[in-house]
Design a protein around this ligand. Sequence first.
Ligand code: FES
Length: 102
Amino acid sequence: MGEKLNIKINDLRENEPILVEHKEKKFVLILHNGKVNALNEECTHEKGPLEQGYIDGDELICPWHSGAFNVETGKANENTTWVTDTKHYSIKEIDGELYIEL
Ligand code: FES
């Protein structure tokens, strides 16, 4: 089932990234098309804060140098060659509570 996060689905707004800390790790959570996704919070380029990024289509754009990551897979856009893929974590929602698979 995963580990329970200190945030509920009602705390999220569609396409508004949010920072979540769990067990000394930082994640960026994104509600996208009604589904919750989690990526590592630090950009794979120079550790930009991805929770300050924005959504463009299906991608999260880093606020520092515009590296692009697919929200649902963590895969880097091949046109933004300065970033590499980041980790995507599965999130389950049960009765409004969110659980992360680490
Ligand atoms: S730190 Fe994210 S693109 Fe450079």
